[in-house]
Write a protein that binds this ligand. Sequence first.
Ligand SMILES: [Zn+2]
Ligand SMILES: [Zn+2]
Length: 457
Amino acid sequence: MSTSATIHFYGGIGTIGGTKIIVQEGEFRVLFDFGLNYAPGGDFWSARIQPRTGTARLRDLMALGYVPAIDGLYKPADAASAGLEPGESDRTQVFISHLHLDHMAVADLIADPIPVWMHADSLRLFRAVATTGEQPAVPVGARAFEWFQPIQVGPIKVTPVPVDHDIPGATALLIETSAGTVVYSGDLRLHGAHPERVEQFIRAARSVGPQILLIEGTRLGEAEPTPERPGTLPEPAVPGRVVEILKETQGLGLITLYPRNTERIEQIIAALPQTGRTLVLSAEMAHVYQAMGGDLRQVAIYQRHRDRQALAQGTAEGWLRELFTSGVKVLDAAAVRADESRYLLQLFYWDINELVDLKPGAGSVFIHSNGEPLGRFDPAFELFARWLDAFGLKLESVPSTGHAAHADLLAVVKQIAPAILMPIHSRTPELLEVEGQKRILPELGAKYDIVSGERLA
Ligand SMILES: [Zn+2]
Ligand SMILES: [Zn+2]
């Protein structure tokens, strides 16, 4: 039997995200995920130090280990500047498991002729967030797949299957080579609204008799919950908890949410009538929610100082102008303040200076429900908390993470029972241990034979 198929680890080892792995057979390569690892406080970049633009961007990211030096992947000018061969052939194809930044933040570096595959919902979301000015731009080679519809890359067959994660379109991959199948879990959880998707993934993975299982381990070694750092809720419990808090709130309700988790926005909108409040969304959030099929007639849009200024000066971008003239109810700070007990206002933390005009009254609350800053481990959280203190706002946490608990990961591994387990996307992958299960902890930069798991380079 040929053992010409290999797996090469270029990122996502010892880190949360930044997963970049190539499965190769002959001249054909399947590269999955192309984001930046999530390392608040451990990064080379800040508000003032950013990768340079133009062809220097690839060199900067490569020099600091954010993206790998790979021939045949990048745009011609960038590749030439970095001393690499440009990406010219679709013998290399890229797959994006889902649209979190740690899986797609640098997808725009990929050369135009290279297909960049993702679920149709991920591509819809990608286009929506890019329209609101978020980086990266949608790559020229972006293409949509549907679950269970295989894509052939030379001799390699890639079958996308659904998983549950805190974003639409989340996908795992079954990558079949002539030497055996590599299963990539993407990011997943069992406490979400769609555990049946994970069950489906487990069945599909087990049925191919996988040689290697690559599984995320974000929460391996997680500390026990404390009052300050409450444990994660099941996703379906989030709206109910928000309602409970709001029923006890006299003043304004504020909330952080993650724009890409449009399902949570929808669930909160559905639960809010019990509180007599309307959800008021920031413009970017409203645009993305609508692009993903959400109905803006049930919400209002908050007009920030800078939105008003851009509209008045004629510098507002098309999507923003359209949104504010689409007939959806628009509220500025004065309108929210005048009737604060009737609203739940979603405010990005970088818009927190709106509090100056909102002047929340006594008994107002800020609900942190994921969204940035992601948690107390993020240096931005301290600043966020300082603003809340200054305006007398009570902080309430209503978190539901997108990542499976340790015990759930063990259950997934046991049911899939691969020949070789390779934990990734974790700071402590060694903690994922299943008795009797062969395990290899892949090393950054290393290449392995898919059949034997033997290290080749
Ligand atoms: Zn991730
Ligand atoms: Zn994710």
